[in-house]
Design a protein around this ligand. Sequence first.
Ligand SMILES: [Zn+2]
Length: 117
Amino acid sequence: VYSKYIRFKYATDGIVQCVTCGVRKPVSQMQCGHFISRGKYSTRWHEDNTWPQCVICNMFKHGNYPKYSEFLIKTFGASKIEELNTLGDTILKISTADIEAMIEHYKSELSKLQKLT
Ligand SMILES: [Zn+2]
């Protein structure tokens, strides 16, 4: 649900742009790319850490990290990289109830976005 939400959030008429190479493709062909690896729970569902990426950048280029850094610096300023790195190293205690609440939240946000397209 979260991945779909991220892709729809930045889409126009069902088309979304890869933040690291600029290619534009239908939402269904794009992925939700993590700057800090998705293995880290504290940034896994952080909206500043997750952006639409194409399969080539996300999978084959392993996130296209140099371009991803450039994008984040351009969007938020240089301090964002350090902020996300620090946050990524924080241990997040998350309960099943927290996860369920998050799923409900993003389901509802996603349905609002899908009504717009
Ligand atoms: Zn790309």
